[in-house]
Ligand binder design. Structure first.
Ligand SMILES: [Zn+2]
Length: 78
């Protein structure tokens, strides 16, 4: 199993943190109809769950929604 690939758990966690973050709206103007991209950033020891927002008010920012540290359990099923 490739550690670079998001696991089912990662995707579930991303959805968990994404839905409330998107529900809050743009942090600049509060508009809930912004465009966004969600993604995972794989770092050496952790995965970062990122939300990249582009709003019609001009706001353009990336928010770190959550971070997950790698641990030994990840590789249990090798
Ligand atoms: Zn905005």
């Amino acid at each position: 199993m490739n550690a670079e690939e998001p696991s089912i758990e990662d995707i579930a966690m991303l959805e968990n943190v994404l839905i409330p973050a998107v529900g809050k709206g743009c942090r600049e103007c509060g508009n809930k109809y912004f465009s966004y991209q969600a993604g995972l950033s794989i770092e050496k020891e952790s995965k970062l769950f990122l939300l990249s927002v582009e709003c019609s008010c001009g706001a353009d920012y990336v928010e770190v929604l959550a971070a997950r540290l790698f641990n030994d359990n990840e590789y249990e099923e090798e």
